[in-house]
Design a protein around this ligand. Structure first.
Ligand SMILES: Nc1ncnc2c1ncn2[C@@H]1O[C@H](COP(=O)(O)OP(=O)(O)OP(=O)(O)O)[C@@H](O)[C@H]1O
Length: 244
């Protein structure tokens, strides 16, 4: 569990958010405020609505009702440009590792030498030094996910959303990615991350959002949710029951 740091700006809020399909409630979140320091981990069983919530927060999907606010304002294109997202399956271009990073940096209108320096820094940050010229498609799963995170970080996001970024990775690859996430968090990037892994939540989270059946059943400081969960669904999930 992460110690709490002083409050940081960049407050994400949800108000009255709802998504329904064919009469079934997929997401129903009356209120949620992510404003504390340190990573927020979203936990819950399959189909709980974790990815939908993440996509709504990033403005990738529009809910049927409700609002997503950043610092009190409805999410704008400008806000979204200061966010980045990493998916379970890394999305990479059929180019070299360096070219994948360069592609993003060109969007930031950096000159050639500034881009080169930034690419070197990013490769060092992700432990991919020496792989600059290698085809991104030939990377291992862990390396590919590290590159996907570096591409997201190259955008200098204020908020980084991660949807189960380590679920297909072994413990050592997971450890490398968790270290990158914690370093980004320590630099002030707001981290909002979906996971199934209670151990990962224990290692990373400052606060935990527990979801079930499209609803947030509990949100609180990681220590409180993990050690003294208030609701039965959280208790069962954290105890390893097969919650559906
Ligand atoms: N576009 C859609 N149309 C209809 N149903 C959808 C759509 N997107 C998601 N759902 C449904 O909404 C529910 C929540 O999906 P979501 O992907 O958010 O769950 P999750 O908690 O991320 O699950 P998992 O851990 O399996 O990834 C699921 O039952 C899913 O089938």
């Amino acid at each position: 569990m992460r110690d709490l740091m002083p409050d940081m700006p960049n407050r994400l809020e949800i108000s009255g958010l709802a998504i329904e399909r064919k009469g079934r409630v997929l997401l129903d979140v009356p209120r949620l405020s992510l404003d504390g320091p340190g990573p927020t981990l979203i936990l819950g069983p399959n189909g709980a609505g974790k990815s939908l919530l993440l996509r709504c927060l990033h403005g990738l999907i529009q809910a049927d009702r409700g609002r997503v606010l950043q610092d009190g304002l409805d999410l704008t294109a400008d806000h979204k440009a200061r966010q980045a997202m990493v998916f379970q399956q890394p999305v990479l271009l059929r180019r070299s590792v360096a070219a994948n990073l360069d592609f993003v940096l060109k969007r930031k209108r950096l000159g050639r030498s500034a881009r080169k320096a930034r690419i070197a820094d990013l490769l060092a940050e992700g432990g991919l030094d020496g792989k600059a010229r290698q085809s991104a498609r030939s990377l291992s799963g862990g390396e590919a996910q590290r590159l996907a995170i570096l591409r997201a970080l190259a955008l200098d996001p204020e908020t980084l959303f991660l949807d189960e970024p380590t679920s297909a990775l072994d413990p050592s690859a997971t450890q490398a990615i968790e270290a990158m996430i914690l370093r980004a968090s320590d630099r002030g990037v707001r981290i909002v991350m979906v996971t199934h892994d209670v151990g990962q939540a224990r290692r990373l989270a400052a606060d935990i959002v527990m979801m079930q059946g499209g609803r947030v059943v509990e949100h609180g400081a990681a220590r409180q949710v993990l050690e003294a969960p208030k609701c039965q669904a959280s208790r069962q999930y954290l105890a390893g029951w097969l919650v559906t």
